[in-house]
Design a protein around this ligand. Structure first.
Ligand SMILES: NC(=O)c1ccc[n+]([C@@H]2O[C@H](COP(=O)([O-])OP(=O)(O)OC[C@H]3O[C@@H](n4cnc5c(N)ncnc54)[C@H](OP(=O)(O)O)[C@@H]3O)[C@@H](O)[C@H]2O)c1
Length: 198
């Protein structure tokens, strides 16, 4: 399969590329090895798709949100989660539909914070919940047999040292285990799922 991975150089994205290395992978990001894209820019997403042409699968493992307590979370701080983690992912689908072959797939990324809240996590949880709902609702009317799923990782071992203070009492999982959920989404047959890797 020809697979676009947005966020390919990241902690999770690099493990996804390793797990799917038997496929033809196109590695994308703002400094992408094969193609550049800023998922917060519609123009940039359009140009990326025009450049790469048709693919069998699109995986997104990019997108962030600001960590802030609700009393400190301004509309401006919340904007990053909306623009990047929520709209950035959904726009990859809306602008990418015509570039995915019949029977292909999209796989987006949510996260444990929407199910198991942590301090300062409301903005990311908002975006995760929006993506999860979009995936579930969109799956029933995706054209040409195209499937759509999301993967919800808990904190991964490789990020735990940096983020442990936020994820008190969580049990981290290796990014390689998270990557298997993307493999299931791309190579399997399910649609409308949010794979929890907790
Ligand atoms: N790490 C965890 O423990 C964990 C747990 C749950 C959920 N998640 C979620 O999983 C996703 C990936 O996390 P990660 O820890 O692997 O992130 P990461 O290590 O920071 O990597 C982010 C990747 O996305 C790319 N990127 C960043 N901003 C971008 C943009 N605007 N447009 C296109 N590409 C962009 C980066 O490459 P460039 O710099 O070249 O753009 C990089 O390849 C995020 O949505 C995160 O919220 C992570």
């Amino acid at each position: 399969m020809r697979i676009l991975v947005v966020g390919a150089s990241g902690t999770i994205g690099s493990q996804i590329c390793k797990t799917l290395e038997h496929h033809d992978i196109i590695r994308a990001g703002r400094n992408g090895l094969d193609v550049t894209v800023d998922n917060m820019s519609l123009d940039s997403i359009k140009k990326m798709y025009e450049k790469i042409g048709k693919v069998d699968a699109v995986i997104n493992a990019a997108g962030g949100a600001n960590f802030a307590s609700v009393s400190e979370l301004t509309p401006e701080l919340n904007e990053r989660g909306i623009e990047s983690k929520l709209k950035g992912q959904i726009n990859l689908v809306l602008l990418g539909l015509d570039y995915v072959n019949d029977g292909g797939s999209f796989t987006l990324t949510t996260g444990v914070m929407m199910d198991d809240p942590i301090r300062m996590g409301a903005s990311a949880a908002m975006a995760n919940g929006g993506v999860k709902s979009f995936v579930k609702a969109a799956s029933i009317e995706m054209p040409r047999g195209i499937r759509i799923n999301s993967v919800s990782p808990t904190i991964v071992q490789e990020s735990f040292a940096r983020l442990e203070k936020y994820f008190v009492g969580f049990s981290p999982v290796p990014a390689s285990r998270v990557a298997l959920a993307y493999k299931k989404s791309v190579e399997g047959a399910q649609t409308g799922q949010n794979y929890e890797v907790y």
